[in-house]
Design a protein around this ligand. Structure first.
Ligand code: SF4
Length: 278
């Protein structure tokens, strides 16, 4: 929501810029005039899908943690065995039969643990992929995760705020990721929101992200969005218009039957179009 910073400047949320790109009047009614919106069942469904996405990813992190524990356990067992049964150990000669028997036990233990590690690795990779991430991407923050808590950025300097659904690292870059579980296709509003996150990530993480990712639909289709100067100019022009409206200018309605049909403040809009107006 367009909030005020201590110096009286409006802080615009990344999601607002996305909403503005759909219809400036809808954004104003909802975010500035704070008209009550009709909460759609799809919003709740989206939240549920979002939570399950975070938990699938969290499972992959937990499995990776257990893989490390098991690997340490196997290494420790092997080292302890080698120390106890080293050739200098006079007892090993005396208890040769017993040593052979322990050796077999160790081999069985290592083999069993390696099998468990292998199945954990497979499960972790599957969950990582199911949550829309490439295996080469290192997640550093994810919404709803207790292991890697999400990062919220509030920039007084830019007058912008946002909390990406996830943050991943590729080489030296931090890249924002936005999950849209109900999306059927790529929309301008998703791109706009992600581009605002890129501005915030640049300020707070210290390097300009060359791109970010959208994860669309129930299967998390990954779409790469380039952080180009042309796209950022588009964001600039929208933020300028938004600030003019916040200072008292009129918001223009951009009616379209399909947009108005989904608009949750259409009951307050004199310009709304019905689907019969197509
Ligand atoms: S009903 Fe249509 S024109 Fe009116 S605010 Fe919503 S999207 Fe804009």
């Amino acid at each position: 929501m367009a909030t005020l910073s201590p110096d009286g400047r409006h802080i615009i949320a990344a999601g607002e810029v996305g909403a503005f790109s759909v219809c400036p009047l809808s954004w104003k009614l909802k975010w500035v005039d704070k008209e009550t919106s009709k909460v759609e069942a799809s919003v709740e469904l989206g939240k549920d899908l979002h939570k399950s996405w975070a938990s699938v990813f969290e499972e992959s992190l937990l499995l990776n943690k257990w893989i490390r524990y098991l690997a340490v356990l196997v290494c420790t067992a092997a080292v302890v065995f080698l120390l106890i049964h080293s050739p200098e150990d006079p007892l090993s000669g005396i208890f040769f039969v017993s040593v052979r028997s322990h050796g077999l036990q160790l081999i069985v233990l290592v083999a069993a643990t390696l099998l468990v590690i292998r199945s954990f690795m497979k499960a972790a990779r599957t969950r990582h992929r199911d949550s829309g991430f490439a295996l080469s991407q290192i997640a550093v923050a994810i919404e709803g995760s207790s292991i890697l808590p999400s990062r919220e950025y509030i920039s007084a300097a830019q007058g912008l705020a946002g909390k990406p659904d996830a943050l991943v690292k590729e080489e030296e870059f931090f890249l924002p990721v936005e999950r849209k579980p109900l999306a059927k296709k790529l929309r301008d509003r998703y791109v706009a929101q992600l581009l605002v996150y890129m501005r915030l990530v640049e300020e707070f993480e210290g390097a300009k992200p060359p791109h970010g990712y959208l994860l669309l639909g129930p299967k998390c289709r990954r779409v790469k969005v380039q952080n180009s100067p042309q796209k950022q100019q588009w964001i600039d022009s929208m933020i300028r218009e938004m600030r003019l409206i916040l200072d008292g200018s009129e918001a223009t309605a951009q009616p379209h039957p399909s947009k108005c049909a989904k608009c949750d403040v259409r009951h307050r809009c004199p310009s709304r179009l019905d689907s019969s107006s197509r």
